[in-house]
Design a protein around this ligand. Structure first.
Ligand code: DX5
Ligand code: ZN
Length: 222
């Protein structure tokens, strides 16, 4: 599989100049922009919400791949739609009714996604697989950038790839956490077609973004 999308996580960007950072990763070859929203309650860290996303939206035409690590989700869905999110991904544990939440996201015109924590089994997607456009496998515990890839998630990626093939729907299988030029090819071999990377994209500063993104893509052999 060579058509792998790279979705840099702006969690590792310079927050003092987020708009410029998004333009830089866009120009450097990002396929999507991964936006981590944290509430200090569902995960032990805080980032930003819809007003910031709305201001960032004009800085790129690439899809905003918004990963919600907040609970509850439902009261904020319309605000994320208005702010310009394209894909809105939620954790089942954010509760209380995953199916209702996915339907509510779809009703706004956004694409719904479901995110699985490292300890959340692949089977949780079975009852909702027809209702999602993305499955996000967390290969670290959510909350922080710069953590190490959890190996056991490769097997879960394989299981989810098989479920997606069986379902026959065009669902993005994305992996998030600890991706770098060593772990990304292994996740791709296991079946993902989208890679989130924060520290591996932003390391070294703006002049390295393009090479950093390229280093995460599969090598194309003649
Ligand atoms: C963690 C976030 C990730 C994070 C990844 O909760 O969901 O998107 O930014 O950071 P790296 O690529 O540094 O592991
Ligand atoms: Zn994320």
């Amino acid at each position: 599989m060579t058509d792998v999308m790279i979705s840099p996580s702006i969690l590792s960007a310079d927050f003092a100049e987020l708009g410029a950072e998004i333009q830089r990763i866009d120009t450097a070859g990002a396929d999507m922009i991964h936006v981590d929203v944290m509430d200090g309650h569902f995960v032990p860290n805080l980032t930003f919400g819809p007003p910031v996303i709305e201001k960032l939206r004009p800085h790129s035409n690439k899809p905003f791949d918004v990963h919600l690590m907040i609970a509850p989700v439902d009261p904020y869905i319309d605000a994320f739609a208005k702010a310009g999110a394209d894909i809105l991904t939620v954790h089942p544990e954010a509760g209380p009714h995953l199916h209702r939440t996915l339907q509510a996201i779809r009703a706004t015109g956004m694409k719904p996604g479901v995110a699985l924590n490292p300890a959340t089994p692949a089977d949780i997607v079975d009852p909702v697989i027809e209702d999602v456009d993305m499955i996000l496998v967390m290969s670290v515990n959510p909350g922080f950038g710069g953590q190490s890839f959890i190996e056991s998630q490769l097997r879960k990626i394989e299981q989810l790839r098989a479920k997606i093939e069986a379902c026959g729907k065009d669902i993005i299988l994305e992996v998030d956490g600890g991706l770098n030029p060593e772990t990304a090819p292994r996740a791709i071999s296991a079946g993902v077609n989208a890679i989130v990377a924060g520290s591996a994209v932003f390391k070294g500063g703006p002049e390295h973004y393009a090479a950093n993104i390229r280093a995460l893509r599969p090598l194309v052999t003649a």
